[in-house]
Unconditional design. Structure first.
Length: 382
């Protein structure tokens, strides 16, 4: 049975051309970029060229970019840099944060920081609460550009403006892992101090990502061997970096056309679901959002179990964030903080796709959802 993949928000299949480039670079550049011999110098030159390419594609300065193993490590570099603070202050985290950020809360609180979570009703940051909680002692504000759970796009320009007015020392960090290829944005215009990305989210290799630092520097917990300007220690993976750039360029090429196609597919899918009272679409289609992530809730049934039923019928999708799949409580908390009910959280399913997905594939999924919910005689929630 050929399975239809609807979990691109978790990871994507590596593109053919990125895979080819990975192999080519791995065979051609055998040296360590930090070595002084000829092979090392050639690798260092190639690394500099690739960094320039990444900077050009993201429209930033190459000195602002640092290669990491992915967004999880990029987030960790920013969060752990706070441990150098002599006078721990306040940290504001949106309730939409990935577990790679919220996982640091116990350590930060133990280190003396006051960590406050800002709720996001319907998947959108509550600016009234954010403004209320901002003080001169605020040292970090974290808000994702695109919610990995709802696909909602946060107004980062408004966030940065508000934060700058209240706290000059606050560092604004943005987990932008779900943004590349899914919305149109400009890092410089967002005004954030840092942002994180993962290559495997846009058909690049796994194990390679980016950290954008607006200032080009950060007092990190450890500089390791001094690679990446002392921001991230460890030998750079040239094949992964080169493949990441190919995938990045492909994801940004004709982005307007891809987004238009995504909106067409989303509308088609939502129309195909109409008439099914057991399925509730939670993701907003009215406010700013990426068309490629749709969260629904199966009324009266556990989404985790329903996803297995769909898997038996040949569909791959998640009951929430992949990194929270082993912790149902975490997933439910995310929904509760977005003002959804416990039953809506329990029945949630995240459907994610790209512009290569066909109407026929989406229709097959919609049909399966309607048939299985009907077969189970699911009753709508009161």
């Amino acid at each position: 049975m050929k399975r239809l993949y609807f979990d691109t928000a978790a990871t994507t299949a590596m593109g053919e051309r990125p895979l080819e480039v990975y192999r080519e670079v791995a065979q051609k550049y055998i040296g360590n970029p930090s070595s002084l011999h000829k092979e090392g110098r050639e690798a260092a030159k190639k690394l500099a060229e690739e960094r320039s390419t990444t900077a050009r594609l993201l429209k930033v300065n190459e000195k602002q970019l640092f290669y990491t193993s992915g967004a999880t490590e990029s987030n960790a570099i920013v969060l752990t840099s706070l441990l150098w603070k002599r006078n721990p202050g306040r940290i504001l985290l949106s309730s939409l944060e990935h577990s790679s950020i919220t996982g640091f809360i116990p350590l930060l609180e133990r280190s003396g920081f006051e960590v406050i979570t800002i709720k996001a009703p319907g998947g959108y940051l509550d600016f009234e609460v954010l403004e209320k909680e901002l003080t001169e002692k605020t040292q970090l504000v974290c808000v994702p550009l695109v919610s990995n759970l709802f696909g909602s796009v946060q107004d980062l320009k408004r966030v940065t403006k508000l934060v700058r007015e209240c706290s000059l020392q606050a560092h604004i960090h943005c987990d932008a892992v779900q943004a590349l290829g899914k919305i149109d944005f400009n890092l410089t215009e967002l005004g954030v101090d840092s942002a994180s990305f993962s290559g495997h989210k846009f058909r690049g290799p796994r194990g390679i990502g980016l950290l954008y630092l607006q200032s080009g520097s950060l007092q990190v917990a450890s500089s390791g061997g001094g690679q990446e300007g002392g921001i991230r220690g460890g030998t750079e993976s040239l094949p992964s970096i080169a493949a990441l750039n190919v995938a990045l360029e492909e994801s940004l090429n004709n982005l307007d056309g891809k987004l238009a196609r995504g909106r067409e597919l989303r509308s088609f899918f939502e129309e195909a679901l109409q008439g099914c009272s057991a399925i509730e679409v939670l993701s907003s289609s009215d406010k700013a959002h990426t068309p490629f992530i749709i969260t629904i809730s199966v009324k009266g049934f556990m989404g985790e179990v329903f996803s297995r039923i769909l898997w038996d019928r040949g569909f791959c999708l998640s009951s929430g964030s992949a990194c929270s799949s082993n912790s149902p409580k975490t997933n439910q908390t995310l929904f509760m903080n977005a003002s959804y009910t416990p039953s809506q959280a329990a029945g949630s399913l995240r459907i994610s796709f790209d512009c290569d997905t066909s109407e026929e594939e989406l229709l097959s999924l919609a049909t399966a959802l309607k048939e299985e919910s009907g077969r189970l005689n699911l009753e709508p929630r009161l």
